[in-house]
Design a protein around this ligand. Structure first.
Ligand code: HEM
Length: 515
């Protein structure tokens, strides 16, 4: 009896606190409340939807209500226990939010940081702010300058692609089925291991499994209002995975410091017997050590860079190949413009020389953005006013869904759901001197937020594009692929990024060498 009384009192106190909080943090537009999505419940709001739907279904839901109900109108979503939130879909509003990144406007805020800090730490570029973020951003900018990218493409990619090439050749001879998602992930893990850490890192390293597990659960925290309870009651495996990730980060920094001190004898990790290489173009961890004195910050940062670049690029390659296999006429469309083997280098993969291949890549990311969901919070203590008149109190959560932006009929037209790389191409024919100019169209970050925009735009955008086109070229020039099963519309599986559920299983045939 007493227990029931205590429970009821606690429940009532909580409900009153929530009501007062919501009233004092009311979101409004021109003095009125915002509309809410169809199916919003009186007490639970949209909480059950977030709790029960998998991430893919949630992205489909965002796309449907954008196209069928709200269009560009900003609407409100409510989840019990969470701060009030809105969903934005209007490129003009998004442009404003991107421009106002920072403590006077919008930022990751406690909502994002609380959910992600176990995995990403609070010091790495993903969660850092102020001077700490600026220093890492500067080091990253320096790293991704043209000369490093050129070394990456011309020396690091071919070296790490050898394993993929051998595996594909062997599969072509034996008829073995290959999971291209795994093959691409192995390649991007090795490239990013080299970029971020200056070491040869395989996807079979225990770090990778631990990282994958921790990032899948971190992704789910954004949907589950009860994630803390989960963490404290059943978080043992998650804590173990995070500790593997952290120790790996610390070990990387130790190795980098040894390398700087030229103590070659120490340059072997516990799990890998391969010696760390220092030749091809330097690595980020070194640049970070130049810029940041605290080793634990460098460790967080290096892990952040690896996570930003590894899965995103592998996702994009997998979806690109899948969409090309579904639209085989496009394979010829791009192989015609790809450079021959002898000149397959950084300079030959510019957007000017390979516009159609870039178009295929960008079109894939429009439909399958590897970062499908974005979230910010109002950091300005006086709140913010959006260009559409929405008034946001301090700490309101803003959400936008790049997946839904990519499928917006208002932005892309009625064929928004179709894969049409031509929409990225400007083709002009000059009949006087019979020339044909093919150029890649540019879209603003606010209409195409796949790489984010503003101060926190993706640092690896050019690297991702060139890597995507390079891998497309290597894959399509040398082998023919056939999906093992026609599975209909492919879905993504729960994760922080957008991996393909079930992977991409193919049979491979070697192509005859081009004459
Ligand atoms: C197709 C591949 C990629 C996509 C779609 C992508 C997308 C994004 C997006 C949406 C953000 C903003 C995330 C946020 O709000 O915090 C971001 C940030 C970032 N990306 Fe990428 N990314 C890709 C590849 C890469 C690669 C290869 C790197 C190289 C390491 C990289 C490095 C970063 C970094 C360091 C940030 C944080 C920037 C900052 O907070 O200042 N990304 N990326």
């Amino acid at each position: 009896m007493l227990a029931a009384y205590v429970l009821a009192t606690v429940g009532l106190a909580y409900a009153v606190k929530q009501l007062v909080y919501r009233w004092s943090h009311r979101i409004s537009r021109h003095g009125r409340s915002l509309r809410t999505p169809p199916g919003t419940l009186p007490v639970f709001g949209n909480g059950l939807k977030f709790l029960l739907l998998d991430r893919q279904s949630l992205f489909d839901w965002f796309s449907e209500i954008h196209n069928d109900v709200f269009g560009f109108e900003t609407y409100e979503i409510t989840v019990p226990t969470l701060p009030p939130g809105i969903v934005i879909s209007d490129p003009e509003v998004l442009e404003f939010v991107m421009k106002k990144e920072g403590s006077e406007g919008f930022g990751k805020g406690p909502f994002f940081e609380e959910r992600s800090w176990h995995l990403f730490g609070s010091h790495g570029i993903i969660n850092a702010s102020g001077q700490l973020w600026k220093t890492q951003r500067k080091a990253g900018n320096r790293f991704f300058a043209g000369s490093h990218l050129q070394v990456l493409v011309d020396e690091v990619f071919p070296k790490f692609w050898e394993k993929a090439r051998d595996e594909l050749n062997e599969a072509a001879e034996t008829g073995r089925v290959v999971d291209m998602e795994e093959l691409y992930l192995e390649f991007t893990t090795r490239v990013m291991g080299r970029v971020a850490f200056g070491m040869d890192l395989s996807n079979s390293h225990p770090f990778s499994a631990a990282f994958d597990y921790a990032s899948d659960l971190t992704g789910l925290r954004f949907q589950n209002p009860l994630w803390k309870l989960n963490y404290y009651l059943f978080g043992h495996k998650f804590r173990k995975a995070v500790s593997i990730v952290k120790s790996f980060g610390n070990e990387i920094v130790r190795l980098a410091v040894c390398r700087r001190e030229n103590t070659e004898g120490d340059l072997k990790t516990e799990e890998t017997t391969e010696t760390v290489s220092t030749d091809d173009g330097g690595d980020l961890v070194n640049m970070l050590l130049d810029a940041v004195p605290e080793h634990h910050v460098v460790a967080d940062s290096a892990i952040n860079f690896l996570s930003a670049g590894r899965d995103t690029t592998a996702n994009s390659m997998t979806w690109t190949l899948h969409l090309l296999l579904e639209n085989p006429h496009l394979i010829q469309y791009i192989t015609d413009e790809l450079p021959s083997v002898g000149v397959h280098n950084y300079a030959s993969l510019s957007t000017a020389l390979t516009p159609k291949s870039h178009a295929v890549f960008l079109e894939t990311l429009r439909l399958y953005p590897p970062v499908p969901f974005e979230l910010k919070q109002t950091l300005n203590t006086s709140g913010m006013l959006l260009p559409d008149g929405t008034v946001l109190p301090h700490e309101s959560v803003l959400v936008w869904c790049p997946y839904a932006y990519g499928r917006s009929k208002k932005i892309w037209g009625d064929d928004a759901y179709d894969f049409k790389p031509e929409r990225w191409i400007d083709e002009t024919t000059d009949i006087t001197n019979s020339t044909n100019e093919v150029k890649l169209k540019v879209k603003s970050a606010a209409e195409y937020p796949v790489f984010n925009g503003g101060a926190r735009s993706c640092l690896g955008k050019r690297m991702a594009e060139v890597m995507g086109v390079w891998v497309m070229s290597e894959s399509l020039r040398n082998w023919e692929f056939e999906e093992v099963e026609q599975l209909g519309r492919r879905r993504s599986r729960n994760s922080l990024t957008l991996p393909m559920e079930g992977g991409l299983k193919v049979r491979v045939r070697k192509k005859a060498p081009a004459m």
